[in-house]
Ligand binder design. Sequence first.
Ligand SMILES: [Zn+2]
Length: 444
Amino acid sequence: MYSSLLYKKSPIFFQNYLLSFKELARKVIRERGDDDFSRLILKHETAKNKSTEYTKQQLSLTLKNSRKNVSHYKHLDLVDSSNLSEYPAMTKMDLNENPTQFKASNYKGIVVNGTTSGTMGMPLSIPQNLTSVLRENAFLARHLKWAGFEHGDKRAWIRGDLIVPLAQKNAPFWRYSYFENRILLSSYHLTPASLELYIEKMVDFGVDIIQAYPSSVVTLAKYLEIHDRYYPGKLKSIITSSERLTQADRALIEARFKCKVFDWYGMFERVAAIANCEYGRYHILTDYSHVELTDCGNGLHEIVGTNFNNHLYPLIRYRTGDHVVLSKEDSCPCGRTFPVIDHIKGRVADYLLGEDGQKIYSLYHIEKGVQGLIATQYVQNTAHEIRVLAVADETIFEEKQQSILTSNIKKYLGENIDVTTECVDRLPKTKNGKVRHAICNITQ
Ligand SMILES: [Zn+2]
């Protein structure tokens, strides 16, 4: 809707109405879902037996449905196997090569098509049945409760929706969803000159919870940090998802916004969901899907998942390419029974190459001690060149700060790397509106 001429050409007050009614329609569809299911998954938090039993049953249903109705699995000659380990692991590449072979032939109902992120360079369309849409909503609602949400709370939304046309160069860079009690702020207009307005607007609206891409809320947190300030309103929490949240970014957001961050890890393939509780631990939601953590060495484990809720497009032992670090804890003070991991590592694609071809994943150090930076993106097209796109307060991020950044890059990637820095108003986004921190275009 946001890209339609009607929306783009409408006056702002009318855009607010269009957006509000669109969100109302969505709310009605998603919330007509199964209250019993929402109640059931709430019980799983503390009733381990119920949760384990449910998980077993869902896995068995998924395997049975796949063997019976999905051509890819029919041909595997696993007639009666309910033993997951007999199923070969698969990757996004397998889906790309032949996406239709994973679609169940027996499904007749409503199909909702969605596209997975192209951050791995391979965007992909995945069909979902209505159960998948409704259950996803139930799991997200459960997480919203973890983050303290109560009926009537006001929310801010700063994600990939292009709610304000790019042609609009002046405020307001936000719109309202009246029935959802929500203000939606454009993540495409977060320029240094507009950041103060974003903060003011959220405070004026009386926001209780912010739901945002990490890159958007980090931009605001860095702005506050540069000016030695704190968010002037009182928030219950901030919920992040869809992009990598580093431990350093989390600490910065929590300090500057004076509240906890509840990160959610999920994906359109719906094969795994991992969520933060109020104690900051990451819980694997074992009633959402079946997750295996495959040891890759270096202390990392890859997330390999089997989805439960989309029998239209069942994916079994799907390798996500994302990694976690295991936790030493076997329980969490929150009392929830879902297993705990320490943290999620960035997608494998988010790295730069050092001068000897080594992959550098941790880019946080590069920006240490550099002042004035708000958001950055590192682009590497050739082995010895890095181009830095920087959104910055240019009165602070001047020559001296730029040279600190250059020397940091050389320090961590090698002296033979040439660095060019370009100050920009905003960073390029992927098709889904996400910002990648590093883009390495070198094939090894
Ligand atoms: Zn917990």
